[in-house]
Design a binder for this molecule. Structure first.
Ligand code: AHM
Ligand code: MG
Length: 332
């Protein structure tokens, strides 16, 4: 059995001049993930107590878990000293750590969605953490906020943690994708899914069909295509939508499928965030052999203009994404 820590050290040995900073950054994220996992696991209990007087089991005012997760990841990265700039989905502005004594020479910038899909927590459905790591290119004269607005293809690493029936950490540093399952008995993430590859095609489509009336025509046409019987392509496809991006994409990564959150009448540029959700998931899925686009443009090529920018996303098995792109191209 290989732990995440052992795996990271082994990988670092491939780069004799590496100083171990990225390894330490990943370690900091994994430690915070374990702490968040512990709280997510007892969320139901905490909710019961909260309903009786807004106090948690320590007698403190109960924190909502997404805020709790944000605090855990933020402080782990702050203390770890390898992150000079941190952007979290929970904060309007990025957090500049470059003036902290421990982080002043740090060369990595991190974007994080501390608890994605947190509206699912109350009903005990899987939630996740998504992270994305960039290297700081130059120190002057641009502000770090501007410097962070890099295309997704410049990510150094990206990953997610899924707090599900078991807890997993899946990440890439641009050399394939590996998945680690948390063994609660020893408190370690252990390599369980080496070299993950997404099937080239699949039979699952994941989209919030309740919004059908608000979808662009191309997406409506694709949904109809999924539902038409055709033995050659094994249609009709199965519809699976958890409403937790990490869980939906994780399932499709293993089984094969496509996840779509398009532009809608309510969210004209899509709902999901480029920097916190789409770029890291796109990097992982591409590294596993899949594809991620807006329906017409590769997600990782988009030049971000703001931290909380939203984009439409079509992500998953290569051939299925291309089929959606075909429907988009027919509407031009
Ligand atoms: P959040 O970052 O506020 O948790 O929202 C992101 C979540 C994704 O995990 C999920 O795919 C999507 O929102 C679901 O949205 P909807 O309920 O509109 O289908
Ligand atoms: Mg989110």
């Amino acid at each position: 059995m290989k732990t995440l820590g052992q795996f990271i050290i082994e990988k670092q040995a491939d780069f004799p001049f590496a100083k171990g900073e990225l390894s330490r950054l990943l370690r900091d994220i994994a430690i915070a993930a374990k702490v968040v996992n512990r709280e997510v696991n007892k969320a139901g209990l905490a909710d019961l107590l909260g309903a009786c007087g807004d106090m948690n089991i320590q007698g403190e005012v109960q924190q909502k878990l997404d805020v709790y997760a944000d605090v855990q990841f933020t402080s782990a990265l702050q203390r770890g000293g390898e992150c000079c700039y941190l952007a979290s989905e929970e904060h309007e502005l990025g957090i500049d750590l470059s003036h902290d004594v421990v982080s002043k020479n740090a060369k990595y910038m991190v974007c994080i969605d501390p608890l994605d899909g947190s509206s699912n927590i109350d009903v005990n459905v899987s939630v996740g953490t998504i992270f994305s790591i960039y290297r700081r290119a130059n120190n002057e004269p641009v502000s770090m906020a501007d410097e962070l607005l890099q295309q997704g293809r410049k990510q150094v690493a990206a990953g997610y943690i899924i707090y599900g029936s078991s807890t997993m950490l899946v990440y890439t540093t641009g050399n394939g994708v590996n998945g680690f399952t948390l063994d609660p008995s020893i408190g370690e993430f252990c390599l369980s899914h080496p070299n993950m590859r997404i099937p080239e095609s699949g039979q699952i489509y994941s989209i919030n069909e309740g919004n059908y009336i608000k979808f662009p025509q191309a997406v409506k046409n694709y949904i109809k295509y999924c539902q038409i019987e055709d033995s050659a392509s094994k249609r009709p496809y199965t519809s699976r939508y958890i409403g937790s991006m990490v869980a939906d994409i994780h399932r499709n990564l293993i089984r094969g499928g496509v996840f779509i959150y398009p532009e809608t009448l309510s969210f004209p540029t899509g709902k999901l965030r480029l920097m916190y959700e789409c770029n890291p998931m796109a990097f992982i899925v591409e590294q596993a052999g899949g594809k991620a686009t807006t329906g017409s443009e590769r997600i990782l090529d988009i030049q971000p203009t703001e931290l909380h920018q939203r984009v439409p996303v079509v992500i998953g098995s290569k051939l299925m994404v291309e089929q959606v792109e075909y429907f988009y191209s027919m509407e031009l």
